[in-house]
Write a protein that binds this ligand. Structure first.
Ligand code: LLP
Length: 421
C-alpha cells in the first residue's frame, strides 16, 4: 500500500496534488511519501517483534538525508556500503551504533572513517578485508566488531544482475570455508566477532530462497558456537521484493517474512538485523515527468517525456517495469492509446516502456512513474548534461524540496580548465 492516490481527479502524494509540486519545482522530479516510508519501516519492526532486532535501512536504495532522518527518527538503523553513505547516515543524526557497514571493497580510508565515527559492525566479505580491518583497528587502538558475510550458494530466483548469493557471485566467503575464516578472525588483533551476515539478492518474490539461506545460517551458528565463537547477532540482509504492477504480482508480505525468520533462526537467542531497502523506499516514491511531444512514428506512437534513462535507469539497465500513469485521472472507460514511452537521450536504450497502453495524453500533460523510490534518484547521472532532478518529500499536506535542481552554472563550474588551455 502507498499514499499516492487520485483525489478530486488529480494524483496526490498524501494530501498534496502533484500538479502543485510540478508548478513549484518544474518537471521532472522525484517525490517521496513520509507516511509510506513510515508504514513500510513499521511493517518490518512489527513482523520481527518480539525478537530483539534492528531494521537497518539499505541507504543505497534511497539516500537523501531527509529520508534517512525520517527513518532514523523512528529508530531505524542504516546499512551503508561506502564512506559517503556512512557520512549520510551520520548527517541524518543516526548514531554509529545503529550503522552496519557492508560491501566487498571497503577501503582502509573508509574503515578508519567508520572506526573513528562509531560503528555497530562491519560485515566483512573476505580474508584480505578482514586482515586490513585488523590492521587499521589496531593502529587506532580500537576493536572492530565484525560479522562475516557468508555466501550460502542459494539461487535467489531474481534478475541475474541483482542475485548475490550464488557461489559464482563476488559476495561473501563460501559457507564451506566459514570455520577457517572465523578461526582466523578470532586470532587477529583488533577484531571482535559478533555475528554472521548473509544477503542473497534483491527483488526476491518468493520466500523459499530466504528459507534455504537462513536454515544454513542457523546450522552455521550452532557450528561456530561449538567451535568457541560468540555469535550474538545475525544480519539476514535485505531483498524482499515489491509489486511493480498493480495487477497480479503479490510478493510475500513482511509478516510472512518475519514469521519465516522466527521459524528458521528465532530459537538461537540472537539479535536479528535485516537490511531492507526497496521494500521501504520503492513504493514510497514516484518520478513525475511531462510529455514534451507526442510523435507519430512508423506504425507506432512515441510519448517523448522530459525524464530520461539518466533519471531512472532501471528500465534500460534491467528491463524493469514501472507502471506509468497520468497525473490527471482519466475518466472511467476513457479511450487508450498504445505508446512507446521514451526520453530525450540520444540512445534507443532510452526507452521506458514499449507498446504501453495509456489514456490519451497530450503535450504538457504530467505522468507519474510508480515504484520509483528505490534505485531511482540514487542511480541517476548527468548523462547528456541533464541536471540531476529535484527530490521532494511530502508529509501530510505539506512538502519540501529535499534536493534542489542544480543550475547549469553550477554544473559547468565543476569542470576546470588546465593551465595549458
Ligand atoms: N544489503 C545488501 C548487502 C545489499 O547488497 C542490498 C542491495 C540490500 C541490502 C538491499 O536490498 P533490497 O532490500 O533493496 O532489495 N539497483 C538494483 C538493485 C540493487 C540491489 C543491490 N543490493 C535495482 O534497481 O533493482
Amino acid at each position: 500500500m502507498d499514499h499516492f492516490l487520485y483525489k478530486n481527479g488529480t494524483l496526490h502524494a498524501e494530501d498534496v496534488a502533484l500538479t502543485e509540486i510540478a508548478a513549484q519545482v518544474g518537471t521532472p522530479f522525484y517525490v517521496y511519501s513520509t507516511a509510506t516510508l513510515t508504514r513500510h519501516y513499521r511493517l518490518f519492526t512489527e513482523a520481527l517483534s518480539p525478537l530483539p532486532h534492528l531494521v537497518c535501512f539499505a541507504i543505497k536504495s534511497l539516500s537523501n538525508v531527509a529520508v534517512l532522518k525520517t527513518l532514523g527518527n523512528l529508530g531505524a538503523g542504516m546499512d551503508v556500503v561506502s564512506g559517503g553513505e556512512y557520512l549520510r547516515a551520520k548527517a541524518a543524526g543516526v548514531p554509529g551504533d545503529r550503522i552496519v557497514f557492508s560491501g566487498v571493497g571497503k577501503t582502509r580510508e573508509e574503515m578508519r572513517l567508520a572506526l573513528t565515527g562509531g560503528i555497530r559492525q562491519f560485515n566483512v566479505e573476505s580474508e584480505p578485508e578482514m586482515r586490513a580491518l585488523s590492521e587499521i583497528a589496531t593502529s587506532l587502538g580500537v576493536t572492530a566488531p565484525i560479522a562475516v558475510r557468508v555466501n550460502p550458494d542459494v539461487d535467489a530466483k531474481t534478475h541475474e544482475k541483482i542475485a548475490t548469493g550464488k557461489k559464482e557471485n563476488k559476495f561473501g566467503i563460501p559457507i564451506a570455508r566459514a570455520s577457517q575464516v572465523y578461526a582466523e578472525a578470532a586470532r587477529l588483533p583488533g577484531l571482535q566477532v559478533v555475528g554472521i551476515d548473509v544477503h542473497i539478492g534483491s527483488q526476491l518474490t518468493e520466500l523459499e530462497p530466504f528459507e534455504q539461506a537462513y536454515l544454513k545460517i542457523a546450522d552455521l551458528t550452532r557450528r561456530l558456537r561449538s567451535e568457541g565463537h560468540t555469535i550474538t547477532r545475525l544480519d539476514l540482509g535485505g531483498g524482499l521484493g515489491i509489486p511493480y504492477t498493480r495487477s497480479n504480482e503479490a510478493p510475500p508480505l513482511p509478516t510472512d517474512y518475519g514469521a519465516l525468520i522466527k521459524r528458521t533462526v528465532g530459537d538461537l537467542g540472537c539479535e536479528v538485523e535485516i537490511e531492507p531497502g526497496r521494500l521501504i523506499s520503492g513504493n514510497a516514491g514516484l518520478l513525475v515527468a511531462s510529455v514534451i511531444y507526442v510523435k507519430n512514428g512508423e506504425g507506432r506512437d512515441f510519448l517523448i517525456l522530459d525524464a530520461a534513462m539518466n533519471d531512472l535507469v532501471r528500465p534500460s539497465m534491467y528491463g524493469a517495469h514501472h507502471d506509468i500513469v497520468p497525473v490527471m485521472e482519466p475518466p472511467v472507460a476513457a479511450p487508450t492509446q498504445e505508446f512507446d514511452i521514451v526520453g530525450p537521450v540520444c540512445e534507443t536504450g532510452d526507452t521506458f516502456a514499449k507498446g504501453r497502453d495509456l489514456p490519451l495524453v497530450a503535450e504538457g500533460d504530467l505522468v507519474a512513474f510508480r515504484s520509483a523510490g528505490a534505485y531511482g534518484a540514487v542511480m541517476a547521472s548527468e548523462y547528456n548534461t541533464r541536471p540531476l532532478i529535484p527530490e521532494v518529500l511530502v508529509n501530510g499536506d505539506h512538502f519540501a524540496v529535499i534536493r534542489a535542481r542544480p543550475s547549469f552554472d553550477e554544473i559547468l563550474k565543476r569542470d576546470t580548465i588546465p593551465s595549458w588551455l
